[in-house]
Design a binder for this molecule. Structure first.
Ligand code: NAP
Length: 411
């Protein structure tokens, strides 16, 4: 593989994808992007933790630095160079820090572009309680969710034009011929939601639920208002369950009609909730929700909300998954006001690495990290975001990661 400015490492092996399965060597080459803002703090700290976990389980990661955001602009004159996309395609699994996106104008979100270009169609975010992390809930231990957010469509598809542009005018004229009245001074955005993308997302969520013995999958939509996009998402979701998993799923209605409300073993309940209701359900009936599948924008809002239930963005990991390819990153952004202050919490980036290890099939490695993070937080060695609620020993990003490494050595 030829790169314009990158030199891949001489040692380490490539992860391969054969017959729908990842083949992972013990010394994989893994590209990483530091990212913007606090990415510069959390990524180097997290890589040290990941190295220790790999080493302790007899493996080694050969890191390959690639560029996006401000670093890429300095090096290539482009915020997302072709080299970066090529490297992720070639090596299949990568980890990244957050990237800044200008609001209202400027370049398009680099995160969205990476997800769409590589067809990483599912944004998968586990949200669970870590003992010792402050939470606004009385029973935060009831939060144990996996959010599957569609990553390539919806209003995120980037199909939009500003007020007064030729394109907006043309669309307004055209739409008026279909009977739609739109004010002339409108910006126009388009919300596509397809059967194909919905079904592959919901399929992934149901498969995950079955394989990991989860109890239910909830389709979260706003189909009462947006009938042919969000409503169709719900209908296609149920169709996947009915047609592809007839023996391993039941709907909520069937659960009552056929099983008197008692969930049979080995069967996942598929249900749906309207998105606005979902927010309050997560607060008031937390334990009833398990795997959630939803279109892009609902997933964006609900991910941050759910993260807030168990301690906020500093501890919320995430991943973008396609077929045989994954890019792992925290839910949080680049928080520019805290950049390069060695202040913020690296837990979300560290746990994104743990998720990456699970994706590689290195569950022992992932468990080690999760335990070490929990021990560290329980011992009240914490960054500012947790310290402001719990007190304890206030440490910086680097020192927190060092404490995790130390605790991992004692496991
Ligand atoms: P943000 O960067 O996620 O930060 C919002 C707030 O969340 C921070 O002010 C801080 O809250 C808390 N926070 C975030 N990360 C934390 C950490 N590691 N430890 C502790 N607290 C943390 O959201 P934003 O300010 O809305 O967005 C900033 C930029 O990031 C924007 O350009 C946005 O587009 C981009 N973004 C990128 C990604 C991505 O790369 N995937 C995702 C989201 C946003 P307190 O100030 O209350 O402590």
């Amino acid at each position: 593989m030829e790169f314009e400015k990158l030199k891949p490492p001489d040692d380490g092996k490539k992860i391969e994808y054969v017959d729908g399965k990842l083949l992972v060597p013990d010394n994989p080459i893994i590209p990483y992007i530091e990212g913007d803002g606090i990415g510069k703090d959390v990524v180097p700290a997290a890589l040290k933790v990941l190295d220790t976990a790999a080493e302790k389980t007899g493996r080694e990661i050969v890191w390959f630095r690639i560029y996006a955001g401000e670093d890429a602009y300095k090096l290539y004159g482009n915020h997302l160079p072709e080299d970066t996309i090529k490297a992720i395609k070639e090596y299949r699994v990568a980890i990244k820090g957050p990237l800044t996106t200008p609001v209202g104008g400027g370049y398009r979100s680099l995160n969205v572009t990476i997800r769409q270009t590589l067809d990483l169609y599912a944004c998968v975010r586990p949200v669970y309680y870590i003992d010792g992390v402050p939470s606004p809930l009385k029973k935060p231990e009831n939060v144990n969710l996996i959010i599957f957010r569609e990553n390539t469509e919806d209003v995120y598809a980037g199909i939009e034009w500003p007020k007064g542009s030729d394109e907006a005018k043309k669309l307004i004229d055209f739409l008026s011929t279909l009977g739609a009245k739109i004010r002339e001074d409108s910006g126009i955005g388009v919300k596509p939601i397809s059967e194909f993308a919905t079904k592959r997302l919901v399929r992934m969520a149901i498969k995950y639920a079955i394989e990991n013995k989860r109890r239910n999958v909830t389709l979260v939509h706003k189909g009462n208002i947006m009938k042919y996009t969000e409503g169709a998402f719900r209908d296609w979701g149920y169709e996947v369950a009915r047609e592809e998993f007839p023996n391993t799923t039941v709907t909520e209605d069937e659960l009552w009609e056929k099983f008197e409300g008692k969930q049979p073993d080995g069967v996942v309940v598929v249900k749906d909730r309207i998105a606005d209701n979902m927010f309050q359900q997560l607060l008031t009936r937390t334990a009833e929700y398990d795997v959630l599948a939803m279109p892009n924008l609902n997933g964006d809002y609900i991910s941050d909300f759910a993260a807030g239930l168990v301690g906020g963005l500093g501890v919320a990991p995430g991943s973008n998954i396609g077929d045989g390819m994954g890019v792992f990153e925290p839910v949080h952004g680049s928080a520019p006001k805290y950049a390069k202050q060695n202040k913020v919490n690296p837990t979300a980036e560290i746990l994104s690495g743990a998720l990456m290890f699970e994706y590689l099939g290195w569950n022992d490695c992932s468990e080690l990290i999760k335990k070490a993070v929990e021990i560290t937080i329980k011992s009240k060695v914490v960054t500012y975001d947790i310290h402001r609620h719990t007190g304890g020993k206030l440490v910086g990003t680097r020192e927190f990661a060092e404490a995790v490494v130390e605790n991992m050595h004692s496991l």
